[in-house]
Design a protein around this ligand. Sequence first.
Ligand SMILES: [Zn+2]
Length: 165
Amino acid sequence: MKQLLYILTFLFAIISCQSQNGSVLKNETMEKITAASTKTDAQWKAELTREQYHVLREKGTERAFTGEYWNTFEEGKYVCAACSQKIFNSDSKFESDCGWPSFDKAIEGSVVYVIDNSYGMSRTEVICSNCKGHLGHIFDDGPKETTGDRFCMNSVSIKFIPAKK
Ligand SMILES: [Zn+2]
């Protein structure tokens, strides 16, 4: 019995040690991304709305079917809401029933991918390559006839600029 207890304690120590390593790694990644950002945290807080700050800087997610662009299909371009870098053309937007604006392709060089293991899921986060703001996640269940990718974005992270008529 004493031996079993010893083994259990040992196993527990390994598990908690690993999860600690995981969070340390994640914090380091976060710090690097924040450091590479074009502005300080105070500047972002002053420039962005509360909701934009929460999603772009704190990696929040807006509720499905509540964003401005989930059901918008006009011609134009979508830029980063924080730094105005062009991220998507409207022709890469497709109708998806997920409740968030979905695209099958980003403009080359406009985004960076980061492994995101938060909330017990293994996902790939999409951030703006210029200001490092959080835009959303990318999944592989997009339209098969094009890229197969689904960029699942937050409306507050992007801004739509209609094409000039
Ligand atoms: Zn940006």
